[in-house]
Design a protein around this ligand. Structure first.
Ligand SMILES: [Zn+2]
Ligand SMILES: [Zn+2]
Length: 299
């Protein structure tokens, strides 16, 4: 059990007075026991007065019922008022329930399944992404996920363009004399797809730059973690496979989900802080998209 802001160990921290927030003793970050999931029976929730231990039985390893009177001293308790200790101090890591992003773990799942479960999550609820990134950042893995989404999106969005070119060539007198034109059109198309797939890293990078600067003051988001969050929120790009205006919508939806993901990073802060995080991620995103525009128009 670690502070989500500074990684400080939160086991054995003194319980807060009733009605007060639990604060990380290292950085002062507020946290709730409910923000963590534990393995059932691996955590002792101890009464701060008499040290009687209780064990969580819910799916998250939380205490059931949520409030009760201590059998040792009669004090009214909830798990937020308890001192938490791992059942086995030498194996405290085993006490935590690990929920990783499917793309990263997916025990035994194929690559396709890991991709689409992660993409579905980032298409609909990016706020859940950051808490699932508990391991050391793996930026290449995140970049791979983004590249797949960008490829699918480009391929889908560009089909009408290709059809248009082919029909144009067909109407212009058959394929015979214009085979070269078709080859050129396909080559141009592939070049643009490649540029967009590589270029998709620019919005993610620009967002990560802004968000790591934003979080730095609080010891929060480092660059590669922020880059991961930006990449994993890119499921929205898949909307680009819709005919006609899908390309724009896909980019827009990635931006929205990216903002949501970063707002969730600061879930324990005030609303102002969350809005600032979301807004800054949008600014970074727009700057990054501008860079992609320059890249593509230079081709
Ligand atoms: Zn802390
Ligand atoms: Zn007690």
């Amino acid at each position: 059990m670690r502070c989500k802001n500074c990684e400080h160990v939160l086991w054995n921290q003194p319980a807060p007075a009733a009605g007060e927030q639990r604060l990380c003793s290292e950085c002062g970050e507020a946290y709730r026991v409910a923000d963590f999931s534990f393995e059932r029976g691996k955590v002792r929730f101890c009464c701060p007065d008499c040290d009687t231990a209780y064990y969580g039985t819910s799916a998250q390893g939380h205490l059931e019922p949520a409030e009760f009177d201590c059998v040792g001293c009669g004090r009214h308790l909830s798990m937020e008022l308890c001192v938490l200790r791992p059942h086995d101090e030498r194996r405290e890591a085993d006490a935590m329930q690990r929920v990783d992003l499917p793309w990263i773990v997916g025990r035994g799942d194929g690559r396709f399944r890991r991709w689409y479960t992660t993409a579905a999550l980032s298409l609909t609820n990016s706020g859940r992404i950051a808490p699932m990134l508990g391991r050391a950042p793996q930026p290449l893995r995140a970049a791979g996920f983004l590249a797949i989404n960008a490829t699918v999106a480009c391929a889908g969005a560009a089909v009408p363009y290709l059809l248009f070119v082919l029909i144009g060539v067909g109407a212009g007198g058959g394929l015979g004399g214009d085979a070269m034109a078709v080859v050129l059109a396909i080559a141009a198309y592939l070049t643009i797809v490649a540029a967009l797939v590589v270029g998709a890293a620019l919005p993610a990078g620009a967002v990560a730059l802004g968000m790591s600067a934003f979080g730095a003051k609080r010891g929060g988001d480092r660059f590669w973690r922020a880059y991961e969050v930006a990449c994993y929120s890119s499921g929205g790009l898949l909307i680009a496979v819709l005919p006609c205006c899908g390309g724009l919508l896909g980019g827009f939806w990635w931006m929205v989900q990216c903002a949501q993901a970063f707002a969730a990073v600061y879930a324990s802060e005030g609303a102002r802080f969350r809005i600032a995080a979301a807004a800054l991620s949008v600014v970074g995103f727009v700057v990054g998209v501008g860079l992609v525009g320059i890249l593509v128009s230079a081709l």
